[in-house]
Design a binder for this molecule. Structure first.
Ligand code: UTP
Length: 234
């Protein structure tokens, strides 16, 4: 299978803002095994806490939103470097910085790593675009909650959904922030791309890296985003 994995930056840092080295190692082990098993993999790593720290400091210092976004992009690329180091010979040695570069790297027989690409979006949009351009079979979105909830997962009574249509996801996530560092689970670009190309997407809890291999093996974990099939396709 051709896979794109989005790794939320929040998964890589503990509450004291320190890098969780053991988790990066666990991810590298699981992902390297999938590559050994013959899967083609591209990984997009998010910015996490350091991105938010740089963005809020820069904003206070008078930076524009685009400058703040660039700080998020650069931080996400640094996070991608960590996973790249841990994947060693399995990884394409350069963090990919454009979709053109991705098209070439995707055929290198190595695991490709990316962070952000361009201001005005989140790394979820990058992952959706990466899945679209590489014709991925599955977009795996590892986050720090169990999947998509019918409302804010911190609200008491929020229910985790096993499946959600892309249209419903759009409604659930409407009203998310549009400033640097504030994009929600799926920003509008990510939704649009997943919708137009009907990309099979699973949003799941990445605190347990082995969830990735379970999903690839067909286990139902997290929330699956479903797409309408037109009568022409049936
Ligand atoms: P993300 O918000 O995507 O990081 O990128 P994240 O850590 O994955 O987020 P969570 O933890 O899963 O919620 C960090 C910031 O980098 C900028 C945005 O400001 C974003 O909020 N960014 C990222 C861009 O401007 N363009 C990109 O293509 C990617």
């Amino acid at each position: 299978m051709r896979l794109v994995l989005k790794l939320g930056g929040s998964l890589l840092y503990n509450k004291d803002n320190q890098i969780i080295i053991t988790r990066i190692k666990e991810y590298a082990k699981v992902i390297a095994q999938l590559a050994i098993d013959g899967h083609d993999i591209a990984i997009v790593v998010g910015g996490g806490k350091p991105a938010r720290a740089f963005i809020s400091a820069a904003r206070e210092l008078g930076a524009s939103e685009a400058q703040c976004d660039w700080l998020g992009i650069k931080t996400s690329r640094l996070n991608a470097e960590l996973l790249c180091a841990s994947l060693q010979r399995h990884a394409y040695p350069k963090i990919v910085e454009s979709l053109d570069e991705l098209e070439i790297a995707a055929y290198s027989n190595h695991i490709v790593l990316m962070g952000g690409l361009t201001p005005g979006q989140s790394t979820n949009a990058v992952a959706a675009l990466a899945a679209e351009i590489t014709h991925a079979d599955l977009l795996l979105n590892a986050t720090n909650v169990d999947g998509v909830y019918d409302k804010d997962p911190n609200d008491p009574g929020a229910i985790k959904l096993d499946d959600v249509s892309i249209e419903n996801l759009e409604i659930i996530l409407s009203g998310g922030g549009t400033r640097a560092g504030e994009y929600r689970l799926f920003d509008p670009v990510a939704i649009r791309v997943v919708k137009r190309s009907k990309i099979g997407t699973v949003i799941f809890n990445g605190l347990n890296p082995s969830n990735i291999s379970k999903i690839v093996a067909g286990e139902k974990i997290g929330t699956m985003i479903s797409h309408k099939t037109s009568s022409m396709e049936e």
